[in-house]
Design a protein around this ligand. Structure first.
Ligand SMILES: [Mn+2]
Length: 327
């Protein structure tokens, strides 16, 4: 009888003494929740896990058990990697941003809900219809009858909850809700997660939001709305990039808006753009024109230009896509 890919992946993982677990840079709730859940499950059966990221765990996710195990490093020497590497929520080492590539002898296991640009990993479980990587990790653990402790459930619930924008975004499928139901049954506390994620902001984040809301603008037809944050605003409010998490929801929440854009000036130069759509618009294809990517309704890219130029270029492509649909 053929073994299922999830059985095969778990059996493979169980054959190692030490595993390195990685995810994308600027990790979000799905990335961190998925990493911590798999790490805890493996540690419980005696496998050592090493967790690294290019960036700090955002303050908002520091209620998740084990977050401090994630070591922040600028780069990793591929020789420091365990014989097995699990990559979650990121389908290439470019997104992980810690080294160029792993040597041939390493076994790379990929679990993701993004479409990889090229084939990646020796073993892969990819489901682009899934709202979050957390749901895929839940499937992996359930299919292999791994005990889902309340700590693991909390991490995975946070993954599903944040990637669906608190069960509000268009990816909030019955599967995502069912995963939320199961994780709550396994001991995750939905109220705790909701209050940690959406009611636990530092005051200066709201000061920054006020400045950003002042830049709110929209197209004449009302289909596209945008907002921006400059380095000046960060300086004036003593905030940083992670404080702009979910800012794109403000232009997105305007009545009649189909596409929301959020522009953020980067400390290292250039502009980070977040794109969201409510229904038909494929924002991932716009982001991909600028070397970015994501999903149909949520995508992002980085543009090496001034804020004004980035706004012009992105808006031009979005308007073109809207025009294309009208024709
Ligand atoms: Mn994700």
């Amino acid at each position: 009888m053929a073994t299922s890919p999830l059985r095969e992946i778990w059996e493979k993982l169980c054959s190692y003494k030490e595993i390195t677990i990685l995810t994308h840079k600027s990790p979000d709730g799905d990335a961190i929740g998925s990493v911590l859940a798999i790490s805890t499950a493996l540690e419980r059966i005696g496998i050592t896990t090493r967790l690294y990221n290019r960036h700090d765990v955002p303050m908002v996710y520091r209620f998740l058990p084990g977050w401090e195990k994630i070591e922040v490093v600028d780069e990793l020497n591929p020789s420091e990697l365990s014989p097995c590497i699990v990559v979650l929520d990121a389908s290439d080492f470019g997104r992980v941003s810690l080294f160029k590539k792993a040597s041939e002898e390493k076994t790379v296991v990929l679990i993701d809900h993004h479409q990889p640009r090229e084939s990646f990993g020796d073993l892969a479980f990819i489901d682009t219809s899934s709202a979050s990587t957390g749901e895929l990790v839940l499937k992996l653990l359930e299919e292999n009858r791994v005990e889902i402790t309340p700590d693991i459930a909390l991490c995975l619930y946070t993954a599903v909850f944040t990637d669906t924008g608190g069960f509000r975004y268009p990816n909030t499928s019955s599967d995502a809700l069912y995963a939320g139901y199961k994780l709550a049954s396994y001991g995750a506390d939905p109220t705790l997660v909701a209050s940690q994620v959406y009611s636990n902001y530092p005051g200066n984040r709201h000061k920054l939001l006020g400045m950003a809301l002042n830049t709110l603008g929209w197209s004449e037809d009302g289909l596209v709305a945008w907002m921006e944050v400059t380095l000046e605003m960060f300086k004036a409010t003593g905030t940083k990039a992670e404080d702009t998490e979910d800012f794109v929801d403000f232009p997105r929440s305007i009545k009649g808006v189909e596409v929301a854009l959020f522009f953020r000036e980067r400390e290292v130069g250039g502009v980070k753009v977040s794109l969201r759509s409510k229904s038909w618009m494929d924002v991932a294809s716009v982001a991909s024109l600028f070397g970015g990517g994501g999903h149909k309704n949520a995508a992002g890219c980085e543009i090496d230009s001034t804020l004004t130029e980035a706004k012009e270029m992105i808006k031009a492509e979005v308007f073109k896509a809207i025009q294309g649909r009208r024709n």
